[in-house]
Design a protein. Structure first.
Length: 83
């Protein structure tokens, strides 16, 4: 099941990758390798920039989900959740 959500979240990073996310007061630990979400920009040559992350995360209660998180100047926001 896929649910599209637009909601502010807090990401914690270890190096350059997210290691946990807090959303609605719940801390989710990243439990698989995060994947960069990239946007391709075509000017004279194709370039891409990171616009967010997709990762599996697990709550303290053992619930695991896949999250898409997007970032911009205003901060990080939850974009989608997959069961």
């Amino acid at each position: 099941m896929f649910v599209q959500v637009i909601e502010a979240v807090v990401l914690e990073f270890g190096g350059d990758k997210p290691v946990s996310m807090t959303c609605r007061g719940v801390r989710w630990r990243v439990s698989d390798t995060p994947t960069e979400l990239r946007e391709t920009i075509y000017l004279t040559h194709p370039m891409s920039r990171r616009v967010g992350w997709r990762f599996q995360a697990t709550s303290a209660g053992g619930v695991a989900r896949v999250f898409d998180v997007a970032g911009d100047a205003a901060g990080w926001r939850l974009a989608a959740v997959y069961d």
